[in-house]
Design a protein around this ligand. Sequence first.
Ligand SMILES: *Cc1c(COP(=O)(O)O)cnc(C)c1O
Length: 340
Amino acid sequence: MAKIVLNKENYFHNLKIISEQAGSKDKIAVVLKDNAYGHGLVEIASMAKEFGIKNAVVRTCEEAKKIETFFEQILILADTTFHTYSHSFHIVVNSLEQLEKVPENTNVHLKIDTGMHRNGISIETLEEAIHGTLRKNLNLTGVMTHFRSADILSCEFFWQKENFKRAKNITVNTCEKLFLPIPKFHSANSSALFRFKNYQEDLARVGIAQYGYLESDSIFDNPDLKPVMSLWAQRISSRKITKGQRVGYGGIFTAKEDMDVSTYDVGYGDGFLRLNGKKRYTTPKGYEILGRVSMDNCSINSKDEKVCIFDDVRQLAEIHDTITYEITTTLNPNIEKEII
Ligand SMILES: *Cc1c(COP(=O)(O)O)cnc(C)c1O
């Protein structure tokens, strides 16, 4: 069977670099949404716990439930049903309207729209929202924002940072007036964290960097991270083909000489996106994927029992004109995981 292999040494290497940048392990919230970007929610959560990480971020309560015992706090980004609520869960409130729907005694982080205009409460209504948390008997445990272009060299990052500073001041003043404890503040994702010189905030929500990638402009001094995931496929069958014979759907690949060809059990049904034969993809060992990728298998010029399909998805991201996030997140959650 195809298998996703997770390299613990590389994972810890990345977490160490990230902790140093954040100033402390305690400030890191590992983002594990969407099956830990395809790496396996429980597998990554258990390694993060072993390293000493105390905070995690997921999309739904459903995901949070599965890793509840691993972390002290779990931030839930975008759920609308709270029936599985636990005291270690903190719900992100994305609008004033949502604030009204959160049940009493819930821990909430208010998301502030500092310029991305995707989610969040406007700075103008922040004071009203804090009053709202008090009126609704909610525990205001955090105030946060998200950058839209931390990975790009532009002044937008600084503009949003200034806006968040305003939001912090309003929060501190309002909380003092209302005798509320000052909540935690956090804004950084992976690329933003590595743009701070001296990281002062209470948390950093680190997704892609822990998995070994950072897609920031090359102008930034990017850290030396190591990909955690590799995808392995098992041989199904082999054959010899002669010069001129063609392989797979559409017969896109033509043998230039007599050669060995085997099929392996990874295809686009496993989330290994379909290569259409127009671009060459070679595996880490130098084998070539021949012609089009099928739903459940692909053909490779190898006879090995197992082939490493990738151990770094950057080449695939380029071929598919997308980002590393999409390549790993698309992998089928049912693929077996092994930690080495
Ligand atoms: C996904 C997400 C992150 C993590 O982003 P990376 O670029 O993967 O580090 C952080 N914060 C929020 C709100 C997110 O949705």
